[in-house]
Design a binder for this molecule. Structure first.
Ligand code: SDX
Length: 440
């Protein structure tokens, strides 16, 4: 980053004005470095929700919300989705460049060799109710990984960080599939090393020991693309959680477990599950004819109803991932002969109506990555409650890449925000008169 300009802050309360350097990145908004503000003025800034706050410098993912542009290490998501597979995308996010053929084969091999989990993990699962939400199970299992890998928890050792990254990328499909199999009482399926990453996951999810499972190449490619679209997304809520947890020196498995917990929220990664529930509700209410009534509910602030899968803190244009997800929807539904899938037809009608409605236009609310992802995952046979687990599986590489970038930063410090305190000032406890007959 370069400094070419300064910002001057002046005060009407007599505090002397202060100058701050303005840094320019390679692209995107400039930043005002206010690190010295409190030391020099005794004042904090206040920015709930971090609407105007850059928490870090990063080289990994860039989003232009106005253009609806998403770049992974400079490459547009549309080109990554077309020309790369998920493991090549993982290599790119982790290392900064796409792998050449030798690097790709080596990386695939490393990941393949780490897909199994410790057998104790199967017993760990037994502690959960069978009807536990799979995200609750996943948070527990990923956090528990730190109990198995004492050999790679020195976060200041780049080799340990790399091994942990490989282990997490490799084991997430196995853990997610185990959470699913545990919920329906079927036996766990072990990974098969000759299968691709996405094919291996689909087999662990849908195969049983009773018969051969032949992955459908079109569906495998669709799933691989879904993983690519969810791989990273700058400093979103779950990534910021991973960075904050990592800033204390917590081990990578614990940090990723914290990220999974954050992603679960319906305002974040839980929106894909919530969006499908919403579409099913509208379908039950009467389908396309009831869209107007539903939109009226959304516009009524008192209803608390949101159009799930719409809106975004950064995108004030169409989320490029939503476009690619809609195309993937077409491909998968076509491959499965589900052209007239009622939920897909309902979603497209809902999108069209919303995009013409002043409420959404004025607020620049567009479909985001979660709007179509539930429909395509349902078509792939993934149950609704598993959608966010798939999001977590895909985002693990983004989280671990951002965590690695932070730990490797020599200027990294523990994150410790302050506050505007509006509670009681100091006061003394007054003795409370004892009721007669009270216990001594
Ligand atoms: C993800 O950050 C990331 O990068 C996240 C993500 C990633 O890859 O990591 O992209 C993944 O989380 C996508 C977002 C998934 N969430 C949803 O689809 C849930 C529905 N969307 C909203 O909850 C909301 O749009 C957020 C949380 C996504 C963004 O919220 P903001 O930026 O805080 O915006 P806001 O709530 O201040 O909304 C601005 C206005 C408000 O109305 P007014 O107060 O101006 O009258 O827009 C309204 C909101 O009420 N609004 C919506 C709406 N989203 C915003 N109204 C109806 N339906 C919606 N979906």
């Amino acid at each position: 980053m370069t400094v070419q300009h300064k910002a001057t802050l002046s005060f009407s309360d007599g505090t002397p004005s202060i100058e701050f350097p303005i840094y320019h990145g390679t692209v995107g908004p400039d930043v005002i470095d206010i690190r010295k503000l409190y030391a020099q003025t005794g004042k904090f800034t206040l920015d709930p929700g971090f609407m105007s706050t850059a928490a870090c410098e990063s080289k990994i993912t860039y989003i232009d919300g106005d253009k609806g542009e998403l770049l992974y290490r400079g490459y547009p998501i549309e080109q990554i989705a077309e020309h790369c597979d998920y493991l090549q995308t993982c290599y790119l996010l982790l290392n900064g460049e796409l792998p050449d053929e030798a690097q790709r084969l080596d990386f695939d091999q490393r990941v393949t060799r780490h897909t199994m989990v410790h057998e104790q993990m199967a017993r760990f699962l037994q502690g959960f109710r069978r009807d536990a939400h799979p995200m609750a199970v996943l948070v527990g299992m990923v956090g528990a990984l730190s109990a198995f890998y004492h050999d790679s928890l020195d976060i200041n050792n780049p080799e340990h960080r790399f091994v942990s990254a490989i282990r997490l990328i490799a084991k997430m499909p196995t853990l997610v599939a185990m959470a699913y199999k545990y919920s329906n009482g079927q036996p766990f399926m072990y990974p098969l090393n000759h299968l691709s990453y996405a094919a291996n996951f689909m087999r662990m999810m849908f195969a049983t020991p009773c018969e051969e499972y032949k992955p459908n190449d079109v569906l495998v490619r669709a799933l691989d693309r879904i993983l690519i679209l969810h791989a990273d997304h700058e400093q979103n809520a779950s990534t910021s959680t991973v960075r904050l947890a990592g800033s204390s020196g917590a081990n990578p498995f614990a940090c990723i477990a914290a990220g999974i917990a954050t992603l679960w929220g319906p305002a974040h990664g839980g929106a894909n599950e919530a969006c499908l529930v919403m579409l099913n509700d509208i379908q039950r209410m009467g389908g396309v004819e009831k869209i107007g009534e539903f939109i009226d509910q959304v516009k009524d602030k008192d209803s608390g109803v949101k159009l799930m899968g719409f809106g975004h803190r950064v995108y004030k244009n169409y989320d490029p991932r939503a476009k690619l997800m809609r195309e993937t929807c077409h491909e998968v539904l076509g491959e499965l002969g589900l052209h007239d899938d009622p939920l897909f037809a309902l979603a497209m009608k809902l999108e069209r109506i919303a995009l013409e409605d002043e409420y959404f236009v004025k607020r620049k609310l567009y479909p985001n990555v979660d709007f179509y992802s539930g429909i395509v995952q349902k078509a792939l046979g993934i149950p609704t409650e598993m959608f966010t687990c798939i999001f977590a599986l895909a985002r693990t590489v983004g989280w671990i890449s951002q965590w690695n970038e932070m730990i490797a930063d020599p200027d990294q410090k523990i994150g410790r925000p302050r506050q505007l305190f509006t509670g009681h000032v100091r006061r003394d406890v007054k003795p409370i008169p004892k009721a007669s007959g009270a216990k001594k």
